[in-house]
Design a protein around this ligand. Structure first.
Ligand code: AQP
Length: 345
């Protein structure tokens, strides 16, 4: 069952000796956006002192669709810099690149052999990403959820903080782990739970609020990128779809204004009632200006720190190397256990 969370609440223990383990990751596929931040990254930062944290840059996932090698190399460093600029502390989190720990790829092959085709056939993200090209896309796109399951299971993870779109993949991870444990009569894998916030778990596209904000949306005005400057943010918010009612209220039948209000709520931590009171009798223009101010104030310090980190990449490389060295023994121990119970080697 997913753990639903309020923006600032958690039940985790703060005693270091009994900290639960958290694992999550983001693909280095460029255009990190506000949805990735509010749905995932910011939540990792907010609870990092309460958990034993492992955060990965999932580059093996990024090659499931065609990608330019130079861009991928750069996107990996950019994402690492953004992880830290957003507030992840390498002293409290293991931060590493997935392909630096080869156990992920090896475990993925093993678990593919234990995954029924029917389970993968049901994955909606494959259908969305493959579109009309189900015959021509790489097999990796189809097997993606198994690799994601292994990312999580290799670390005996308790909680996986993600956005709402990952619910189905976490359910598959749980099903795979339970099936494997039952098959061999042993607790080889910890059964993880999704940790999904109540506010910001599904940020919608600015131009079409019936679709989620997404890195690969061809319309750049559909998303606020983490590296957008103040002028760009102002322009995108000014253009964001609303409606003709000019009422600044949360209303599911008006998804445009509700999406913008939800972003405002996630940024300010205020209740829906307080926000509606603040903008009672005011128009969309005034609300959009206030939202723009909050976005700029949130992103400007992140961008400053990001540029400092990108200016001296030796520091980044050192953090990623250390993270991989810390993560690998945990992954290797789980993989060794898996091989033993199966009878490999
Ligand atoms: N719109 C969103 N609202 C809230 N959370 C979101 N996430 C993604 N989009 C939203 C969360 O961010 C993390 C990113 O994981 P990923 O990089 O593995 O996912 P992705 O599919 O590459 O990212 P996008 O942005 O969804 O790009 P598209 O769809 O274009 O490929 C996850 O925790 C996800 O839930």
């Amino acid at each position: 069952m997913p753990v639903e969370m309020n923006a600032k609440s958690t039940t985790a223990n703060t005693n270091p000796s009994v900290k639960k383990r958290v694992f999550s990751g983001i693909q280095p596929s460029g255009n990190l956006h506000l949805g990735n931040y509010l749905g995932a990254l910011r939540n990792w930062v907010q609870t990092q002192s309460e958990y034993d944290n492992i955060f990965c840059i999932v580059d093996l996932h990024a090659i499931t669709l065609p990608v330019d090698p130079k861009e991928l190399h750069n996107d990996i460093r950019q994402l690492a810099a953004l992880y830290i600029a957003c507030g992840l502390d390498p002293q409290r989190c293991k931060l590493f690149v997935q392909s630096h720990v080869h156990e992920h790829a090896e475990a993925s092959w093993v678990m593919c052999c234990f995954t029924p085709m029917g389970w993968l056939n049901r994955m909606t993200q494959f259908k969305t990403k493959a579109g009309e090209n189900t015959e021509s896309v790489g097999t990796g796109l189809y097997c993606y959820p198994v690799l994601m399951a292994c990312d999580i299971l290799l670390y005996q993870t308790h909680y996986v903080p993600v956005g709402d779109d990952q619910r189905q993949h976490i359910e598959l991870t749980r099903d795979l782990a339970q099936r494997f444990n039952a098959l061999y009569g042993q607790q080889v894998f910890t059964i993880p739970e999704a940790q999904i916030r109540t506010v910001g778990a599904r940020v919608m596209a600015l131009d079409d609020p019936t679709n989620k904000m997404s890195k690969t949306d061809p319309n750049p005005n559909s998303r606020i990128n983490m590296l957008d400057d103040a002028q760009t943010i102002k322009r995108k918010i000014a253009r964001a779809a609303t409606d003709s009612m000019r009422l600044v209220t949360f209303d599911a039948t008006r998804p445009g204004i509700t999406n913008l209000l939800t972003i405002y709520q996630a940024l300010t931590g205020q209740s829906q009632e307080t926000i509606e009171e603040e903008f009672a009798g005011k128009g969309y223009g005034e609300f959009k200006a206030a939202l723009t101010d909050h976005l700029v104030a949130t992103l400007a310090p992140i961008q400053k720190r990001y540029h400092e980190l990108m200016d001296d990449q030796r520091v980044l490389e050192g953090i990623l190397k250390q993270g991989a060295e810390q993560a690998r023994p945990i992954a290797a121990a789980t993989l060794q256990h898996v091989k033993e119970v199966i009878g490999l080697g």
